[in-house]
Design a binder for this molecule. Sequence first.
Ligand code: FAD
Length: 538
Amino acid sequence: MLRLAEIKLPLDHHDSALREAVCARLAVPDSAIRALTVFKRSYDARRSSQQLIYIVDLDVAGEDALLKKFKGDPHVGATPDMNYYYVGQAPATLPCRPLVVGFGPCGIFAALILAQMGFRPIVLERGKEVRQRTKDTWGLWRKNVLNPESNVQYGEGGAGTFSDGKLYSQIKDPRYLGRKVIDEFVKAGAPEEIVYVAKPHIGTFKLVTMVEKMRATIIELGGEIRFEHKVTDLLLEGDGDTRQLRGVVLENGEQLLSDHVVMALGHSARDTFEMLHARGVYMEAKPFSIGCRIEHPQSLIDKARHGKHAGHPILGAADYKLVHHAKNGRAVYSFCMCPGGTVVAAASEPGRLVTNGMSQYSRNERNANSALVVSITPEDYPGDGPLAGIALQRQLEELAFKLGGENYEAPAQLVGDFLAGKPSTQLGEVEPSYKPGVKMSDLASILPPYAVEAMREALPAFDRQIRGYTMHDAVLTGLETRTSSPLRITRGDDLQSLNVRGLYPAGEGAGYAGGILSAGVDGIRIAEAVAKSMLGLH
Ligand code: FAD
């Protein structure tokens, strides 16, 4: 197969234009092209360009001659092998079954790959199966009732279930593991276009059914999934830095034995992080970011980003990505931008409030939302030690809960008032989407002063890139505190904990992923590490 990049076509090109452009570029007749598949389709939104850019894979007559002819051309080459190859196959009788703690994207892929290799994993998930979990999550959004064990963060599908389902990542991926994640998602019912569009997304409703299908596949392959099974302790053998994990203890007192335990906990399992720390598992504080959500009318973003093409069906609702380096040394940036989506209540602890964003596949809600966050480092945390970032998150989430009225309504402020340094008292033309509701207030009173200073500097800079970004009535809702894990459970080259053999820290909570795709990729890598260890391969 031959890969050809940088084929540029206008947005409204006719069906045969791509094939014609490919033939013209390679100077071959149409009959030479036996098959053409789009590997990637992106959109260059710059006003000077506004075109679709394709990368295609071709089964073409005379491939070797073409590769010779275009040698040195950076846009023509052989298609790389993107197939996934398993590192091994489990023996017919297993000495022990691996455990996977957590059934978010990382745990799902760790369990799926282990199951596909025949290792029959047992998954332990503290939350409920996805349909029941959805009801509990809506309980917070509709009735102000938080279930601390079944919510946006905990339960089947993990944190990514009620999300925009954006599936892109900037991780280095020389083995195309991201492709394996995408292919498995398509098998589970995701739209096929996620294979080739540059910024794929799935939306929350589709994710729910996909997660159920992936669960069924793991079970068919001999795996087991146990919901409402919270891991509360470790069974350890030995001393010092050579301890071996022999299994885990569940909240109901049950013990499960295994020498291979994947911990794919997500970034919100604070009680489990505390338990691991108390058991001496090596971990360290790491930087993350804090801030709030910002909401604009989606039409404003569409117009600023797509100009005359705003609303074009191929482009859908426009997104954006903004960064500003403030004079006080802080980076301010947009994060987890959800076009045509809603701001969601994402708390998992009573008396604490945190926001996030999600959307449906159609992305047709009235507002665009994005986190607007400021980078922080362990020097900003109260106290020392690996858990100090959690202490800061809790402080901020408690302040947000109080300012919102102590009923899970979120404090909100108009951008114009935030910039002018005064509390908001009423909404303007932008109706915020956060449920159960917002209370107008002064977000600057609960954010650290350095964050407020940096955000006030960044907003006008962002307005220069997206005209109208600082519109007076745009709404800030807060606080956003769970942008990534506040700690890293450091692992060695064999992907095991630095000081507990058999413990495989994984995914976002362990500090090795940020987002659905990278968490899935990390799950694959962890499954491979477990398999290699169980098979004695090094
Ligand atoms: P998680 O998904 O957090 O899963 C961890 C699981 O472990 C949870 O189900 C939890 O219940 C379980 N668990 C924790 N402790 C225990 C225990 N002691 N015993 C048993 N089980 C336990 N990312 C994107 O890429 N695109 C998006 O559009 C996007 N939108 C998001 C929207 C929202 C509202 C949220 C909250 C997150 C969003 N994210 C998005 C981030 C993404 O969801 C996470 O990066 C991803 O889910 C991390 O995967 P994970 O498997 O590492 O952890």
